[in-house]
Write a protein that binds this ligand. Sequence first.
Ligand SMILES: Cc1ncc(C[n+]2csc(CCOP(=O)(O)OP(=O)(O)O)c2C)c(N)n1
Ligand SMILES: [Mg+2]
Length: 804
Amino acid sequence: MEGARMVPRQAATTLDMLRQLERKVLWLSSYMIHHANHEVDRGDGLKVGGHQASSASLVTLMTALYFHILRPEDRVAVKPHASPVFHAIQYLLGNQSLDKLQNFRAFGGVQSYPSRTKDSADVDFSTGSVGLGIAETGFASLVQDYVHAKGWSRDWPRGRMVGIMGDAEIDEGNVHEALLEYWKHGLKNCWWIIDYNRQSLDSVVSDRLFMKMAGLFENLGWKVVLLKYGKLLQRAFGEPGGQRLKQWIDDCPNMLYSALVFQGGEAWRRQLEHDLAIHPDTLDIVRRHDDAALARLMTNLGGHDLQAILEAFENLPTDQPVCFIAYTIKGFGLPFQGHKDNHSGLMTKAQMNELRAREGINQGEEWDRFAGLELPAAEVEQFLADVPFVARGTRRLQAARVPIEPFPKIEVKGQMSTQAGFGRVLDEIARKDGPLAERIVTTSPDVTVSTNLGPWVNRRGLFSMSSHDDVFRERGLLSPQKWEMSPKGQHFELGIAEMNLFLMLSALGLSHSLFGERLLPVGTLYDPFICRGLDALNYACYQDARFIVAGTPSGITLAPEGGAHQSIGTPLIGMAQDGLATFEPAYVDELAAIMEWAFDYMQRDAPEDGEQRWHRDEKGGSVYLRLSTRPLDQLTRPMTRELGEAIIDGGYWLRRPEPGSELAIVYTGAVAPEAIEAAGLLAEDRRGVGVLAVTSADRLSAGWHAAQRAREQGDRGARAHVEGLLAALPRDAAIVTVTDAYPEALSWLGGVCGHRVRALGVEHFGQSGSLPELYGHYGLDVNAILAAAEGISGRPVRYRFLQR
Ligand SMILES: Cc1ncc(C[n+]2csc(CCOP(=O)(O)OP(=O)(O)O)c2C)c(N)n1
Ligand SMILES: [Mg+2]
């Protein structure tokens, strides 16, 4: 029988396959955004801007990375607006459900920006606030080195920490702060891939920025790989006249290039004919291309050429971080590519239909993983199943809890500050050794000694991948502080940048999930400078990283230091920050109880099932300790179970109000002596004045909110700790609150049972002075409390005009 001879089809090459997937990713990510705008009624009329053009520039690179280059142990931060590309890739890999994809940006759908905590797919680092996700990758790499230097993480190989970033992110100061810090610590295993589309949100960025960037990275020890031209352009440059074409492109201002990209083949031709009129051999190259081919050639940048990308990722150094500057076009492959206003550009229905036709996708097949592909579905399916990145399945690791018991007891007597107590507790843990001591890692931005981490560092040493002796010690020069560095050390000494502190805590605090090894990070900084690192702190909490941070010294209690060093609003930050339980103890026995609890709390991980009932006690979180340098006479008392629990729940009656009492003084932290003394004086003419010690306004208030919610949902017996406490005070009694912070940290207590409240605190910048002077001036001293008591009760107090 005559007939066509069957020729077995050649198996597709990796490059063929990636080219297919690249198209698929562009389609799915574009359609996902389109769907979110046209099909999902989000009820707010808001259109999804920002993603479409920003995503498209990374389609090729991320296709190459996820489907070919990455390994399971590699960890990736994806720039915020590439979220649709990331989710489309996860969907193709079978890691993301269609339902969530269809609900991009809607309730219950995939997140606008990749999120470790809110997305179910395999997100390694959340992003959203530009500059933070990318900077976290380097710190994660240092943490990986730490874990391996200790001989841990044997089942999970060392991976590359990869950051895919927008070029505007380099403008964020924290990125530069991070680069300096990495250099000091000898960063190696880190790749940054800059999506150099020369566009940010508003417009086209200035020309030749890449030269500055390349110089910056090289200067700090990075290898820089330029991904400037694709293969088509590289070939054209090799033809007669080709170098002139290269010169033209190199000289072309970004604005003009972008405009031509948008306009397309005809505009390219007109411009090139004009500019290259006296170079006939170069014009020949132009003329050999029709309009479509010319547009393809002139937009064939390195970041859009799979082959060029695969080559660039081969044979990279392992002893040096690598920065890829990938030239791309914002919106590549979409109708608004290159347009300077495309950031919030959205495709119309008609444009979407054109794209559908171009990609060969029929109506109703939009979400089909294989529709429109030129290769057999089974072959693509097999390729996806064999993708190295997913070879080990889920990449969210776990680590066993580190036992806290027996938590060392410290002897507390005489005078001590909470900051000194903090140092003592850590010193005692270090001295006793054991699993807890082994897993604690400390870090501080140049305030290690002045925040009382010194004794811990003396015992456990500084961490460094190479060993350095303490020169002062070797020479017999007297110093209370050892400064020895080695891979055995357990303290990361950072430069002053507080952003880096929180990024480091964030990376250390995810070690169990990223590297399968539990670390118990403890960081310290001066309390006011929390604000300098606040976005990174928020970011760390959003990622659910686990750590303890001590803000110390704090408040105007730091009297002679003046207003620039005195924190006022930090307790409110602590209360409002999700994922962070804030405490401000007055006494060291309270602090010790809180620290013991904190080392356990930071390891809890019950799954989030909607609303947490009480605080987030089952789920766990991080802990912020606001500590003071003011030495207080310590209370000698047994730490009963009941007292311990009340301290953790947020407060206890230091002196219970008597029945019929008309007043209670509520205090937090270092002003305890003033509260106690004032209560004593008031007792002369008022019956049974109560003194309520608040160790955590944050947890008291969280518990109160939770109880109210529970009652509203039918759990009528729910009662918050603070409700129990304040029930002991008659309803018509008044409350005077006092704290070395903004008064509203405690004034809300009046809302719990309806007590009248006069809230004392600090409302204006502090200044230098002695502690009595400042407490007097800002209204935190005994006199101020007495005056407040008189004012709120309307009845004179005997010691109102006490002279001190
Ligand atoms: C800290 C912070 N500031 C501002 C924004 C708002 N924002 C989101 S993306 C963006 C510009 C992004 O430009 P680029 O990084 O170059 O990414 P591209 O859009 O070019 O992909 C801005 C200003 C943000 N997300 N985070
Ligand atoms: Mg950009």
